[in-house]
Design a protein around this ligand. Structure first.
Ligand code: NOJ
Length: 497
């Protein structure tokens, strides 16, 4: 963790983390705790080719590989937030949230991905959004990269090409220069463990490159360097004047051993270290670098498969030092829990999944959502928070996403059940376990384009009618409850157990 100036927000968090619990406080959020909601550019903006925007890998995938999208849809118009930012800000104001997490579209700002041609209409759009938020007293929390890589950079090989770290730094500099006077919380990357799957298999996630056992590691290697370059750039050039914070958002499910054996425990530990440690260890651990277990597994399996060198690239000692400590806060996306069983057969075909050596499943008693991967398992949230505290020395954590999907409707009781359960567990982690969590973001402000699932899965606190060109948004029952929690800063009594 960087010892540099932490913002008021983070300092408050540190203090809150140390609070002595009382029973009445168990359902109450501490002073300074922040609430927000999130979206991402490709999922909501639409206007995919308006005002000089370039094409991203998601424009490419949805237009050229339609069969990869559940309903054959795309984000061409999505929620049309590009044209409706005032409406979105009005929704946020009504919810009463402290901050709005949104992402910048790289190809809207730099149509080719490169810094030599800036699209001023893109700069204007984000200035308009940021200023509208600030006018309403809503803090902007900006994600620099939420999966929509400019297609021209993919044509150079995408994230497995190390040169992208430099191009990402150029892009980050543009954002710091243009928006850093008003944005004080930056997230470099959203969920690297997920979007790098786009270089592992061709079944989901653009750019759908099939390079199992190689592509994901190569992409991750560049992403870690890119993150660190952006962080150091901010430190060296902007921190003193802009006084903001830079972090990264990692996602992780809790892995519950299916049986109480040493092997099951070890399998779940491997799962956590591959899925999160691959990114968390280089940045947040004291020693830096990839976790030992990840290095040993991939090195040994690569050798057994007949490769002369490991499929996992190596950092030099200088790189390890350069990446270590490059975050002022830990952004956590958490959704669900899986049951883990070891799977020890080493496949002759390289694959990331095989490197982990685990089989995961869901307990059938856990309430289902509309997403095959998402069940309502609140207790896993507390477990993952406690494990992060233990693993990385209790860093300041902000929950940058947590949410639940359904298919239709405003009477979304299952979403209410989910958020109440998860918020209650968060409070236990905060008050009883001393986890230093200082904010919570619900995914999502409104229904939007859910990547390969198109519009078939809805995550919003607001309902969006996608068949109406005006894209009307209406608050759902869950949105009203969320609003009540934000206003009262506690779990309403009728939901307490
Ligand atoms: C995580 C991603 O960041 C977001 O884009 C996605 O919509 C949600 N999870 C739900 O799958």
């Amino acid at each position: 963790m960087s010892g540099r100036t932490l913002s008021f927000l983070v300092l408050v968090a540190a203090v809150c983390g140390a609070r002595v619990p009382t029973n009445s406080s168990n359902y109450t959020f501490p002073d300074g705790f922040k609430f927000g909601v999130a979206t991402a550019s490709y999922q909501v903006e639409g206007a995919w080719n308006k005002d000089g925007k370039g094409h991203s890998i998601w424009d490419y995938q949805t237009h050229n590989e339609t069969y990869l999208i559940a309903d054959g849809s795309n984000g061409d118009d999505a929620c049309d937030s590009y044209h409706m930012l005032e409406k979105d800000v009005a929704l946020l104001k009504n919810l009463g949230v402290d901050f709005y997490r949104f992402s910048f579209s790289w190809s809207r700002l730099l149509p080719s991905g490169h810094i030599n041609a800036v699209n001023n209409a893109g700069i204007d759009y984000y200035n308009g959004l940021i200023d509208a938020l600030l006018r309403e007293g809503i803090e902007p929390l900006a994600t620099i990269y939420h999966w929509d890589l400019p297609q021209q950079l993919q044509d150079l090989g995408g994230w497995p090409n190390p040169v992208l770290a430099d191009y990402f730094e150029d892009y980050a500099r543009l954002l710091f220069e243009n928006f850093g006077d008003r944005i004080k919380m930056w997230i470099t990357f959203n969920e690297p463990s997920v979007f790098t799957n786009g270089y592992e298999s061709n079944i989901n996630h653009a750019p759908s490159i099939e390079a199992p056992g190689f592509g994901k590691y190569l992409a991750s290697h560049t992403v870690l360097k890119a993150h660190a370059q952006a962080y150091h750039l901010y430190n060296n050039m902007f921190r003193e004047t802009q006084k903001g914070n830079v972090g990264i958002t990692l996602t992780i499910d809790w892995c519950e051993p299916k049986e109480e054996t040493e092997h099951h425990l070890a399998a779940c530990e491997r799962f956590q270290q591959f899925e999160m440690g691959l990114y968390g260890n280089p940045i947040f651990s004291e020693e830096g670098d990839y976790p030992e277990i990840v290095k040993t597994r991939v090195d040994n399996i690569s050798e057994a498969q007949g490769f002369r060198r490991s499929r996992l690239p190596k950092f030099t000692q200088d790189e390890i030092e350069y990446i270590r400590g490059t975050a002022d806060f830990f952004g956590l996306n958490h959704y669900t829990t899986q049951l883990g069983t070891p799977s020890t057969v080493i496949d002759s075909q390289p694959s990331y999944r095989n490197d982990i050596g685990i089989h995961t499943e869901y307990d059938e008693s856990w309430p289902e959502s509309a997403s095959s991967w998402l069940r309502d398992v609140p207790w896993g949230f507390r477990k993952i928070l406690v494990s992060l505290k233990q693993r990385y020395g209790n860093p300041p954590i902000i929950i940058t996403e947590n949410g639940f999907s359904d298919r239709e409707g405003h009477e979304d009781d299952s979403r209410i059940h989910y958020h109440i359960g998860y918020l209650t567990e968060l409070l236990k982690a905060l008050h009883e376990d001393g986890v230093n969590v200082f904010g919570y973001t619900a995914w999502s402000l409104m229904d939007n384009f859910e990547w390969n699932q198109g519009y078939t899965e809805r995550f919003g606190l607001h309902y969006v009618n996608f068949t109406d060109p005006e894209r009307p948004r209406t608050i759902k029952k869950s949105g009203k409850i969320f609003k009540e929690i934000v206003a009262t800063r506690e779990i309403p009594e009728r939901f307490r157990k």
